[in-house]
Design a protein around this ligand. Structure first.
Ligand code: SF4
Length: 373
Protein backbone atom coordinates (compact mmCIF):
# COMPACT_ATOMS: atom_id res chain seq x y z
CA UNK A 1 0.00 0.00 0.00
CA UNK A 2 1.12 3.54 -0.70
CA UNK A 3 2.47 5.72 2.09
CA UNK A 4 -0.24 8.12 3.28
CA UNK A 5 0.44 11.83 3.23
CA UNK A 6 -0.18 13.45 6.63
CA UNK A 7 -2.20 16.65 6.37
CA UNK A 8 -2.86 17.17 10.07
CA UNK A 9 -0.28 18.94 12.23
CA UNK A 10 -0.17 21.41 15.14
CA UNK A 11 -1.00 24.46 13.01
CA UNK A 12 -3.72 22.55 11.12
CA UNK A 13 -6.03 20.64 13.46
CA UNK A 14 -9.35 20.17 11.60
CA UNK A 15 -11.08 19.13 14.87
CA UNK A 16 -10.36 22.57 16.42
CA UNK A 17 -13.76 24.33 16.56
CA UNK A 18 -12.08 27.75 16.38
CA UNK A 19 -11.62 26.97 12.66
CA UNK A 20 -15.37 27.70 12.26
CA UNK A 21 -15.00 31.11 13.88
CA UNK A 22 -12.20 31.93 11.45
CA UNK A 23 -14.08 30.55 8.44
CA UNK A 24 -17.70 31.51 9.18
CA UNK A 25 -17.47 34.04 12.01
CA UNK A 26 -19.64 31.79 14.23
CA UNK A 27 -20.06 28.26 15.57
CA UNK A 28 -21.24 25.78 12.92
CA UNK A 29 -22.01 22.09 12.73
CA UNK A 30 -18.87 20.84 10.98
CA UNK A 31 -18.04 17.78 13.08
CA UNK A 32 -20.05 14.55 13.35
CA UNK A 33 -19.33 11.62 15.62
CA UNK A 34 -21.10 8.29 15.13
CA UNK A 35 -21.40 5.48 17.65
CA UNK A 36 -21.40 2.27 15.59
CA UNK A 37 -21.21 -0.40 18.29
CA UNK A 38 -21.68 -1.12 21.98
CA UNK A 39 -19.39 -4.18 21.82
CA UNK A 40 -15.85 -4.20 23.18
CA UNK A 41 -13.26 -6.86 24.04
CA UNK A 42 -11.92 -4.73 26.91
CA UNK A 43 -13.43 -2.92 29.94
CA UNK A 44 -11.10 -0.07 30.82
CA UNK A 45 -11.46 1.63 34.18
CA UNK A 46 -11.44 5.06 32.50
CA UNK A 47 -13.89 4.17 29.70
CA UNK A 48 -16.46 6.89 29.02
CA UNK A 49 -18.98 4.42 27.62
CA UNK A 50 -18.17 1.35 29.72
CA UNK A 51 -21.59 1.40 31.41
CA UNK A 52 -23.37 1.20 28.03
CA UNK A 53 -21.41 -1.75 26.61
CA UNK A 54 -23.47 -4.79 25.57
CA UNK A 55 -22.85 -8.44 24.61
CA UNK A 56 -24.87 -8.09 21.38
CA UNK A 57 -25.64 -4.99 19.38
CA UNK A 58 -29.33 -4.24 18.68
CA UNK A 59 -30.59 -3.69 15.11
CA UNK A 60 -29.20 -0.52 13.59
CA UNK A 61 -30.29 2.08 11.07
CA UNK A 62 -28.70 1.28 7.69
CA UNK A 63 -25.62 3.18 6.53
CA UNK A 64 -27.75 4.54 3.64
CA UNK A 65 -30.28 6.02 6.10
CA UNK A 66 -27.55 7.60 8.20
CA UNK A 67 -25.90 9.00 5.07
CA UNK A 68 -29.23 10.60 4.14
CA UNK A 69 -29.07 12.54 7.42
CA UNK A 70 -25.40 13.41 6.92
CA UNK A 71 -26.24 14.86 3.50
CA UNK A 72 -28.02 17.63 5.42
CA UNK A 73 -24.74 18.83 7.00
CA UNK A 74 -23.60 21.64 4.76
CA UNK A 75 -19.97 21.85 5.88
CA UNK A 76 -18.70 18.46 6.99
CA UNK A 77 -15.08 19.07 7.96
CA UNK A 78 -14.47 16.21 10.39
CA UNK A 79 -16.08 12.83 10.94
CA UNK A 80 -15.35 10.36 13.75
CA UNK A 81 -16.45 6.82 14.49
CA UNK A 82 -16.55 5.60 18.06
CA UNK A 83 -17.92 2.69 20.12
CA UNK A 84 -17.40 0.36 21.98
CA UNK A 85 -14.69 -1.08 19.78
CA UNK A 86 -15.74 -0.26 16.20
CA UNK A 87 -13.30 -2.81 14.70
CA UNK A 88 -14.56 -5.78 16.75
CA UNK A 89 -17.34 -7.04 14.47
CA UNK A 90 -16.48 -7.72 10.82
CA UNK A 91 -20.17 -7.37 9.94
CA UNK A 92 -20.31 -3.94 11.57
CA UNK A 93 -17.12 -2.87 9.76
CA UNK A 94 -18.62 -3.95 6.42
CA UNK A 95 -22.13 -2.61 7.02
CA UNK A 96 -21.33 0.66 8.77
CA UNK A 97 -17.70 1.58 9.43
CA UNK A 98 -16.47 1.25 5.85
CA UNK A 99 -19.42 2.84 4.00
CA UNK A 100 -19.58 5.74 6.47
CA UNK A 101 -15.84 6.43 6.24
CA UNK A 102 -16.02 6.20 2.44
CA UNK A 103 -18.91 8.66 2.43
CA UNK A 104 -17.12 11.13 4.74
CA UNK A 105 -13.98 10.95 2.58
CA UNK A 106 -16.04 11.56 -0.56
CA UNK A 107 -17.32 14.75 1.13
CA UNK A 108 -13.71 15.86 1.70
CA UNK A 109 -13.92 15.44 5.49
CA UNK A 110 -11.00 14.41 7.69
CA UNK A 111 -11.83 11.10 9.38
CA UNK A 112 -11.01 9.46 12.69
CA UNK A 113 -11.79 6.17 14.35
CA UNK A 114 -11.45 5.39 18.05
CA UNK A 115 -10.08 1.87 18.48
CA UNK A 116 -8.15 0.01 21.16
CA UNK A 117 -5.90 -1.30 18.34
CA UNK A 118 -6.02 -4.90 19.57
CA UNK A 119 -7.90 -6.28 16.53
CA UNK A 120 -6.26 -8.27 13.66
CA UNK A 121 -4.05 -5.99 11.57
CA UNK A 122 -5.85 -6.63 8.25
CA UNK A 123 -9.04 -5.04 9.59
CA UNK A 124 -7.17 -1.75 9.95
CA UNK A 125 -5.82 -2.16 6.43
CA UNK A 126 -9.41 -2.29 5.11
CA UNK A 127 -10.14 1.20 6.45
CA UNK A 128 -6.72 2.78 5.97
CA UNK A 129 -7.46 4.40 2.60
CA UNK A 130 -10.40 6.29 4.13
CA UNK A 131 -8.86 7.20 7.47
CA UNK A 132 -6.81 10.20 8.63
CA UNK A 133 -6.46 9.62 12.39
CA UNK A 134 -6.45 6.41 14.37
CA UNK A 135 -7.25 7.43 17.93
CA UNK A 136 -6.51 5.21 20.92
CA UNK A 137 -6.83 5.66 24.67
CA UNK A 138 -3.49 5.13 26.31
CA UNK A 139 -3.11 5.28 30.07
CA UNK A 140 -0.47 2.60 30.41
CA UNK A 141 3.26 2.79 30.97
CA UNK A 142 3.73 -0.98 30.61
CA UNK A 143 2.08 -4.32 29.64
CA UNK A 144 1.26 -4.90 33.33
CA UNK A 145 -0.59 -1.55 33.53
CA UNK A 146 -2.53 -2.42 30.38
CA UNK A 147 -3.47 -5.89 31.69
CA UNK A 148 -4.79 -4.34 34.89
CA UNK A 149 -6.35 -1.01 33.80
CA UNK A 150 -7.67 -2.21 30.43
CA UNK A 151 -9.81 -4.95 32.00
CA UNK A 152 -10.46 -3.37 35.40
CA UNK A 153 -14.25 -3.52 35.25
CA UNK A 154 -14.63 -6.87 33.45
CA UNK A 155 -16.31 -9.64 35.49
CA UNK A 156 -14.60 -12.62 33.81
CA UNK A 157 -11.18 -11.41 32.67
CA UNK A 158 -8.99 -13.30 30.17
CA UNK A 159 -5.79 -14.71 31.72
CA UNK A 160 -3.01 -12.21 32.52
CA UNK A 161 -0.98 -13.78 29.69
CA UNK A 162 -3.73 -13.19 27.15
CA UNK A 163 -4.21 -9.63 28.34
CA UNK A 164 -0.49 -8.90 28.03
CA UNK A 165 -0.46 -10.47 24.56
CA UNK A 166 -3.14 -7.96 23.52
CA UNK A 167 -0.84 -5.17 24.70
CA UNK A 168 1.86 -6.48 22.33
CA UNK A 169 -0.72 -6.63 19.50
CA UNK A 170 -1.64 -3.00 20.17
CA UNK A 171 1.99 -1.85 20.17
CA UNK A 172 2.77 -3.87 17.04
CA UNK A 173 -0.36 -2.63 15.20
CA UNK A 174 0.50 0.94 16.11
CA UNK A 175 4.05 0.64 14.77
CA UNK A 176 2.95 -1.10 11.57
CA UNK A 177 0.21 1.43 10.89
CA UNK A 178 2.55 4.35 11.65
CA UNK A 179 5.06 2.84 9.19
CA UNK A 180 2.32 3.04 6.54
CA UNK A 181 1.86 6.72 7.30
CA UNK A 182 -1.25 6.43 9.50
CA UNK A 183 -1.46 9.15 12.12
CA UNK A 184 -1.78 7.46 15.52
CA UNK A 185 -3.11 9.77 18.21
CA UNK A 186 -2.92 8.37 21.73
CA UNK A 187 -5.01 9.98 24.47
CA UNK A 188 -4.16 9.95 28.15
CA UNK A 189 -6.64 10.91 30.79
CA UNK A 190 -5.22 12.82 33.74
CA UNK A 191 -6.52 11.42 37.02
CA UNK A 192 -4.89 10.61 40.33
CA UNK A 193 -3.96 7.16 38.92
CA UNK A 194 -2.15 8.40 35.77
CA UNK A 195 -0.67 11.65 37.18
CA UNK A 196 2.45 10.11 38.77
CA UNK A 197 3.21 8.19 35.55
CA UNK A 198 2.65 10.81 32.82
CA UNK A 199 6.32 10.65 31.76
CA UNK A 200 6.43 6.85 31.34
CA UNK A 201 3.06 6.88 29.56
CA UNK A 202 4.42 9.53 27.17
CA UNK A 203 7.55 7.43 26.56
CA UNK A 204 5.41 4.40 25.76
CA UNK A 205 3.42 6.46 23.25
CA UNK A 206 6.67 7.64 21.63
CA UNK A 207 7.80 4.00 21.35
CA UNK A 208 4.53 3.12 19.63
CA UNK A 209 5.46 5.71 17.00
CA UNK A 210 2.31 7.72 17.56
CA UNK A 211 2.31 11.17 15.96
CA UNK A 212 0.34 12.83 18.73
CA UNK A 213 -0.18 12.53 22.47
CA UNK A 214 -3.56 13.91 23.56
CA UNK A 215 -3.95 14.80 27.21
CA UNK A 216 -7.32 15.44 28.85
CA UNK A 217 -8.05 15.78 32.56
CA UNK A 218 -10.81 13.47 33.76
CA UNK A 219 -13.94 15.04 35.23
CA UNK A 220 -16.57 13.64 37.58
CA UNK A 221 -19.11 11.69 35.52
CA UNK A 222 -21.25 8.65 36.03
CA UNK A 223 -18.71 6.43 34.24
CA UNK A 224 -15.71 7.22 36.40
CA UNK A 225 -16.99 8.01 39.86
CA UNK A 226 -14.64 5.36 41.29
CA UNK A 227 -11.56 7.23 39.99
CA UNK A 228 -10.56 10.17 42.18
CA UNK A 229 -10.46 13.45 40.24
CA UNK A 230 -7.09 15.20 40.54
CA UNK A 231 -6.87 18.65 42.15
CA UNK A 232 -6.18 21.71 40.02
CA UNK A 233 -2.73 22.08 41.64
CA UNK A 234 -1.85 18.48 40.82
CA UNK A 235 -3.10 18.75 37.23
CA UNK A 236 -1.13 21.99 36.74
CA UNK A 237 2.11 20.54 38.07
CA UNK A 238 1.58 17.30 36.13
CA UNK A 239 1.26 19.28 32.89
CA UNK A 240 4.46 21.21 33.68
CA UNK A 241 6.25 17.90 34.34
CA UNK A 242 5.04 16.47 31.05
CA UNK A 243 6.14 19.60 29.15
CA UNK A 244 9.58 19.36 30.79
CA UNK A 245 9.84 15.71 29.78
CA UNK A 246 8.14 15.52 26.38
CA UNK A 247 9.82 14.33 23.21
CA UNK A 248 10.39 17.57 21.23
CA UNK A 249 9.15 15.92 18.01
CA UNK A 250 5.90 14.64 19.50
CA UNK A 251 2.81 16.84 19.09
CA UNK A 252 1.10 17.10 22.48
CA UNK A 253 -2.51 18.26 22.32
CA UNK A 254 -4.30 19.33 25.49
CA UNK A 255 -8.09 19.29 25.58
CA UNK A 256 -10.84 20.23 28.06
CA UNK A 257 -8.29 21.87 30.35
CA UNK A 258 -9.65 23.39 33.57
CA UNK A 259 -7.45 26.50 33.18
CA UNK A 260 -8.70 29.49 31.20
CA UNK A 261 -6.95 32.58 29.84
CA UNK A 262 -9.36 34.74 31.88
CA UNK A 263 -8.29 33.19 35.21
CA UNK A 264 -6.78 35.59 37.78
CA UNK A 265 -4.50 32.96 39.31
CA UNK A 266 -0.87 33.76 38.38
CA UNK A 267 0.00 30.04 38.24
CA UNK A 268 -2.83 29.43 35.74
CA UNK A 269 -1.73 32.36 33.61
CA UNK A 270 1.90 31.14 33.63
CA UNK A 271 0.80 27.65 32.54
CA UNK A 272 -1.39 28.95 29.70
CA UNK A 273 1.42 31.27 28.58
CA UNK A 274 3.77 28.29 28.53
CA UNK A 275 1.28 26.11 26.60
CA UNK A 276 0.81 28.87 24.03
CA UNK A 277 4.56 29.21 23.48
CA UNK A 278 5.86 25.61 23.57
CA UNK A 279 6.83 24.03 20.25
CA UNK A 280 4.57 21.19 19.06
CA UNK A 281 2.02 21.85 21.79
CA UNK A 282 -1.59 22.88 21.19
CA UNK A 283 -4.64 23.51 23.35
CA UNK A 284 -7.87 22.52 21.63
CA UNK A 285 -11.26 24.05 22.40
CA UNK A 286 -13.75 21.28 23.16
CA UNK A 287 -15.65 20.34 19.95
CA UNK A 288 -18.59 18.92 21.94
CA UNK A 289 -21.22 21.60 21.96
CA UNK A 290 -19.12 23.91 19.77
CA UNK A 291 -19.08 22.12 16.41
CA UNK A 292 -20.06 18.49 17.01
CA UNK A 293 -23.08 16.29 17.58
CA UNK A 294 -23.12 12.51 18.00
CA UNK A 295 -25.47 10.04 16.29
CA UNK A 296 -26.20 6.63 17.76
CA UNK A 297 -26.89 4.24 14.84
CA UNK A 298 -29.10 1.95 16.95
CA UNK A 299 -31.53 4.48 18.41
CA UNK A 300 -30.99 7.22 15.84
CA UNK A 301 -30.62 9.65 18.75
CA UNK A 302 -28.72 12.88 18.18
CA UNK A 303 -26.94 14.30 21.19
CA UNK A 304 -24.05 16.38 22.44
CA UNK A 305 -21.53 14.14 24.21
CA UNK A 306 -20.93 14.95 27.91
CA UNK A 307 -24.06 17.09 28.16
CA UNK A 308 -26.87 15.46 30.05
CA UNK A 309 -30.54 16.50 29.87
CA UNK A 310 -30.28 19.28 27.31
CA UNK A 311 -27.70 17.33 25.31
CA UNK A 312 -30.45 15.05 23.92
CA UNK A 313 -31.42 16.92 20.77
CA UNK A 314 -33.71 14.62 18.80
CA UNK A 315 -33.62 11.67 16.47
CA UNK A 316 -32.59 11.25 12.82
CA UNK A 317 -36.12 9.97 12.04
CA UNK A 318 -37.70 13.27 13.01
CA UNK A 319 -34.94 15.90 13.15
CA UNK A 320 -32.25 17.24 10.85
CA UNK A 321 -28.70 17.36 12.20
CA UNK A 322 -28.41 21.08 11.45
CA UNK A 323 -31.74 21.69 13.25
CA UNK A 324 -30.62 19.66 16.26
CA UNK A 325 -27.36 21.62 16.43
CA UNK A 326 -29.22 24.96 16.29
CA UNK A 327 -31.55 23.75 19.05
CA UNK A 328 -28.50 23.02 21.17
CA UNK A 329 -26.81 26.36 20.47
CA UNK A 330 -30.04 28.18 21.45
CA UNK A 331 -30.45 26.20 24.68
CA UNK A 332 -30.00 27.91 28.05
CA UNK A 333 -27.09 25.58 28.91
CA UNK A 334 -25.17 26.39 25.73
CA UNK A 335 -25.90 30.11 26.05
CA UNK A 336 -24.55 30.16 29.63
CA UNK A 337 -21.22 28.76 28.35
CA UNK A 338 -21.14 30.88 25.23
CA UNK A 339 -18.18 33.21 25.62
CA UNK A 340 -15.47 34.02 23.11
CA UNK A 341 -12.12 35.76 23.56
CA UNK A 342 -10.39 36.26 20.19
CA UNK A 343 -7.11 37.30 21.89
CA UNK A 344 -6.72 33.78 23.27
CA UNK A 345 -8.81 32.01 20.59
CA UNK A 346 -10.85 30.61 23.47
CA UNK A 347 -14.47 29.50 23.09
CA UNK A 348 -15.35 29.12 26.74
CA UNK A 349 -15.52 26.28 29.23
CA UNK A 350 -16.74 22.72 28.87
CA UNK A 351 -19.84 22.11 31.00
CA UNK A 352 -18.25 19.32 33.09
CA UNK A 353 -15.23 21.53 33.85
CA UNK A 354 -17.46 24.41 34.87
CA UNK A 355 -19.58 22.17 37.11
CA UNK A 356 -16.49 20.60 38.72
CA UNK A 357 -14.33 23.65 39.32
CA UNK A 358 -16.21 26.88 38.51
CA UNK A 359 -19.86 26.34 39.53
CA UNK A 360 -20.47 30.02 40.42
CA UNK A 361 -18.39 31.73 37.72
CA UNK A 362 -20.16 33.62 34.94
CA UNK A 363 -17.65 33.24 32.10
CA UNK A 364 -19.72 35.46 29.81
CA UNK A 365 -18.58 38.42 31.97
CA UNK A 366 -14.86 37.55 31.85
CA UNK A 367 -12.11 38.44 29.42
CA UNK A 368 -8.82 36.75 28.48
CA UNK A 369 -5.75 38.05 30.29
CA UNK A 370 -3.29 35.90 28.34
CA UNK A 371 -2.87 36.42 24.61
CA UNK A 372 -2.14 33.72 22.05
CA UNK A 373 0.95 34.62 20.00
S1 SF4 B 1 -13.68 32.71 26.12
FE1 SF4 B 1 -14.62 32.56 28.14
S2 SF4 B 1 -13.42 31.00 29.20
FE2 SF4 B 1 -12.22 31.66 27.44
S3 SF4 B 1 -10.87 33.26 28.20
FE3 SF4 B 1 -12.70 34.25 27.42
S4 SF4 B 1 -14.07 34.46 29.16
FE4 SF4 B 1 -12.51 32.97 29.71
Amino acid sequence: MEQKEQMIFPSNDPWEPYTDIKQFGEARLTNIEITTTHLCNMRCEHCAVGYSLLKKDPDAFSAERIIQSLDDVEHLRTFSITGGEPMMSVKSIQNHVLPLLQYAKSRGAKTQINSNLTMPFERYEWILPYLDVLHISHNYGSADDFAEIGFAVMDKKPSAEKRKALFQTMVENSRRLAAKGMMISAETMINSRTLPHLESIHDQIVQMQAARHEVHPMYPTNFADHLPVASLDDIRSGIHRLLDHKDPDMWVLFGTLPFYPCNDDAADQALIERLFNEQNVTVRNDPDGQSRVNINIFSGDIHVTDFTAEGQLGNIETDSLEGAFRKWRDSKTAQALNCHCPAAECLGPNLLVKQAYYPDTDFTKRKAKVTKP
